[in-house]
Design a protein around this ligand. Structure first.
Ligand SMILES: Cc1cc2nc3c(=O)[nH]c(=O)nc-3n(C[C@H](O)[C@H](O)[C@H](O)COP(=O)(O)OP(=O)(O)OC[C@H]3O[C@@H](n4cnc5c(N)ncnc54)[C@H](O)[C@@H]3O)c2cc1C
Length: 383
């Protein structure tokens, strides 16, 4: 068993780190505080070969492994947390599910712009009455001539303001077996957006309304019965969330470590106080453990989709370790940690969201417990 990245992976990581230090370090703080999607950086990352890493070459991507993409997103987040969101959007998010299941015609239509940083795909999964219980979703796709009419509403979609395309979970019929997904372009008659709202991280989202929104059959990604495959694709999104959570937490930890080495109180550097040393020791253990679990999930997936269990364990560990690191970093920096002059408070706000998004840490625990007891625990009341 080898716990180290191989030579090729290390070299790739170093090249991403160099690129990020040269091109993204300047402006990282301002970017984090700007709600707008950084299109210019998206195009830069595309030219650098950091979008489409996980998508097979025959499908238009770069044919790398999931671990390559994890390395890329982590190295970027350690320098510019906001830019890591672009790596997510271009590798792990709805784009990966799209690339996995799209027809060649759908790929030809949408993938080139997504991979060049000119377009962005959002995920419309959550609904006002279907959050953790996602299979309760009510948005319907009803056959109409040679297409479908979509009616319903979605909430919390990242990049609502900027996405040019949405991968929308819909119901073609009753039950879990009736769920599938469709592609809806921004500007299609019948799609509209509510008042702007903002997450704690500063990212904006709006409720998406679908009212008699007509789409051609060519826009169906997965028909009825597609739910399991959608969630298998969504596990890649979770790996991206886990990677960013850990790396953004580590970003804050690195700033705090430097601060503890240089800031003096009581005529001694902070790092000489045992009360702070133990915080760092505990975080080092948590982050190392989470990192190994993340690598396991990515390595086991090879060039396919990661397993649900490996993903749940890795995401839970990374979400918690990343948040704990950012949380303690705020404390170590004192008043400066609570101010917008450093990225630490942003890292704290940002890592908090991943404990809810993409499968909350409670829902992940439910999934892990099922594996532990080798049985399914239905969360719904018995009929
Ligand atoms: C930063 C961020 C980005 C997001 N991006 C997107 C996106 O791009 N697209 C999209 O569709 N959605 C997105 N979401 C929505 C996200 O997927 C939901 O918030 C999440 O699924 C939880 O649903 P909910 O908010 O309705 O909470 P609820 O499902 O109402 O849950 C509330 C609380 O109860 C807990 N809970 C619920 N059921 C159980 C249970 N059975 N056992 C134990 N605890 C339980 C939950 O863990 C949570 O803590 C995003 C959310 C955030 C915070």
């Amino acid at each position: 068993m080898d716990f180290e990245l191989n030579e090729e992976q290390r070299a790739f990581g170093e090249s991403v780190r160099r690129f990020a230090s040269d091109r993204l370090a300047d402006g990282a703080l301002a970017r984090a505080h700007d709600a707008a999607y950084p299109w210019e950086i998206a195009r830069l990352l595309a030219r650098q070969g950091l979008l489409g890493i996980t998508i097979p070459e025959e499908k238009g991507g770069l044919g790398g492994s999931l671990l390559d993409a994890v390395i890329a997103i982590q190295e970027l987040a350690l320098v510019c947390p906001k830019s890591a969101d672009i790596v997510q959007a271009g590798n792990f998010g709805a784009i990966r599910t799209f690339a996995e299941y799209a027809t060649p015609e759908q790929r030809d239509r949408f993938l080139p712009a997504l991979l060049s940083g000119e377009s962005l795909i959002g995920l419309g999964m959550s609904e006002p009455e279907a959050g953790s219980a996602v299979t309760d979703l009510r948005t319907t796709a009803t056959p109409d001539g040679d297409g479908y009419v979509v009616n319903g509403s979605k909430v919390f979609s990242s990049h609502t303001n900027d996405a040019k395309l949405f991968l929308v979970y819909v119901r073609f019929g009753p039950g879990v077996g009736g769920i599938g997904s469709v592609l809806i372009e921004r500007g299609t008659p019948g799609i509209s957006f509510g008042e702007p709202s903002a997450f704690m991280s500063g990212e904006e989202w709006r409720q998406i309304y679908l009212e008699d929104c007509r789409i051609p059959s060519a826009n169906v990604l997965l028909g009825p019965g597609g739910f399991k495959r959608q969630i298998a694709g969504f596990n890649v999104e979770r790996i991206g969330n886990a990677s960013r959570a850990l790396a953004v937490g580590r970003h804050a930890y690195n700033i705090a470590r430097e601060h503890a080495l240089t800031r003096k109180q009581f005529a001694r550097p902070l790092c000489e106080f045992q009360g702070l040393q133990w915080k760092f020791a505990d975080l080092a253990v948590k982050m190392d453990g989470a990192q190994l679990l993340l690598y396991r999930a990515a390595m086991n997936a090879d060039r396919g989709l990661p397993s649900a269990y490996d993903t749940a364990v890795a995401k839970m560990a990374c979400n918690q370790a990343g948040f704990d690191a950012a949380h303690e970093a705020v404390q170590v920096l004192g008043g400066m940690g609570y101010s917008r002059e450093t990225l630490v408070e942003y890292c704290f706000r940002r890592t908090r969201g991943w404990m809810i998004a993409g499968g909350s840490i409670e829902i992940l625990r439910n999934r892990i417990a099922e594996e532990v007891f080798e049985r399914r625990f239905d969360q719904r009341p018995s009929a």
